[in-house]
Design a protein around this ligand. Structure first.
Ligand SMILES: NC(=O)c1ccc[n+]([C@@H]2O[C@H](COP(=O)([O-])OP(=O)(O)OC[C@H]3O[C@@H](n4cnc5c(N)ncnc54)[C@H](O)[C@@H]3O)[C@@H](O)[C@H]2O)c1
Length: 340
């Protein structure tokens, strides 16, 4: 397989998962990186022995890149994606797609018009536990899903926001716990339920983070068009980062899914379970509660680029969850009050 020439834009917290996954994948080769903060770009360039830039447009013009990984503040995801696509560069962008629906739709359309691959990171779909549950539900083994629930109890201390120039703001982060942290849980449920939203009722507030304007708590009930009722609850004002918990109550059994483990109890009393298997060399990278499967999704992206298989989480696929996230904010009304 061709070794794709790739770059990372944005050398902040999450970039370590991209740099390390690229270094582990034989399908691609890091050639450069970019950050507006020169010290960050230089440090990553030195660590991986590549060139660095502080202006991504200059990098796109000077380098012969096959793909770029975007690890940037949310409000510039679509813009930088389109700037890359217009130079024929394939894009793998961190979640969420952007801070609104229109910008995300624009990037998906542009990618399709230009015939470039546009992938969005949602690494929790690559957990062995998540794939096991998706498989058992899609195969019909559990009958129809009747209801689903999820809870996310994490913590983001004030310094998480204080040291960032974009987190905690409506215009740049696009929200708080829903768009940034709970997005993975919401995505897993929507992917497994596999239906569009029919009705939605949400309550959202900022209960313990006066330092920022965005929400740190949200709960709601979503009814999907296939009849599944989904109750969710998320907060990032808990005392620690607990594993998330998702449950599905189905016609023929019940499912409990956490990040690393999935347990199914069928109505006839039989049980099945699945557990995440660590990827070689991946231990200690990032934080467990993020889900550590970037490495798998990144390899899938390059297999798609090589034409070996279809891209699994394309922009069009990710748009389904992005639309749901935007509907949650619209329904809560909190963002509208701030951004008027
Ligand atoms: N998939 C996950 O589990 C996961 C976990 C954490 C973060 N993320 C996502 O990763 C993205 C980045 O988050 P982070 O926590 O690393 O943020 P961060 O603030 O630590 O890093 C962002 C970097 O982008 C740089 N930057 C800003 N504008 C730029 C520009 N125009 N050109 C080049 N560089 C620019 C900043 O200087 C900063 O170094 C977000 O979308 C976030 O939601 C995903």
């Amino acid at each position: 397989m061709k070794r794709f020439k790739v770059a990372v834009v944005g050398c902040g917290c999450i970039s370590i998962m991209h740099f390390a996954s690229i270094a582990m994948a034989e399908e691609c080769e890091l050639v450069c990186c970019c950050d507006v903060k020169e010290d960050r770009a230089r440090a990553c360039a030195e660590k991986y022995g590549v060139r660095y830039y502080t202006d991504y447009n200059e990098m796109f013009d000077k380098e012969q890149l096959d793909a770029v990984h975007l690890c940037l503040p949310h409000h510039i995801h679509s813009k930088v994606s389109i700037d890359a696509m217009e130079r024929g560069i394939n894009v793998l962008c961190e979640k969420p797609m952007d801070v609104n629906l229109e910008a995300a739709e624009r990037a998906v359309r542009r990618g399709e018009e230009l015939g470039v691959q546009y992938g969005i990171i949602s690494q929790c779909r690559y957990h062995d536990s998540s794939r096991f549950v998706k498989n058992r539900i899609s195969s019909g083994r559990l009958g129809k899903i009747i209801s689903a629930s999820s809870s996310l109890t994490w913590v983001r201390y004030d310094d998480y926001y204080a040291k960032s120039d974009w987190k905690g703001t409506w215009d740049k982060e696009g929200g708080g716990v829903v768009i940034n942290q709970a997005i993975h849980t919401l995505d897993l449920v929507r992917w497994i339920v596999d239906s569009e939203i029919d009705t939605l009722s949400v309550s959202m507030s900022n209960r313990a983070h006066p330092i920022v304007e965005v929400e740190d708590s949200c709960e709601g009930l979503i009814t999907f068009k296939n009849g599944v009722k989904y109750g969710f609850w998320c907060m990032n004002n808990y005392g620690c980062n607990e594993p998330i918990e998702i449950r599905f109550h189905c016609e023929l059994g019940d499912v409990k899914l956490s990040y690393n483990d999935a347990y199914i109890t069928y109505s006839d009393g039989t049980k099945e379970e699945a557990h995440n298997v660590e990827d070689e060399n991946c231990c200690g990278l990032g934080m467990d509660y993020w889900g550590i499967k970037h490495v798998r999704q990144i390899r899938q992206f390059y297999h798609a680029l090589a034409g070996l298989e279809p891209l699994e989480i394309s922009g069009r696929e990710a748009l389904k969850t992005h639309k749901m996230i935007m509907q949650i904010y619209d329904s809560a009304g909190m963002k509208a009050k701030f951004t008027k």
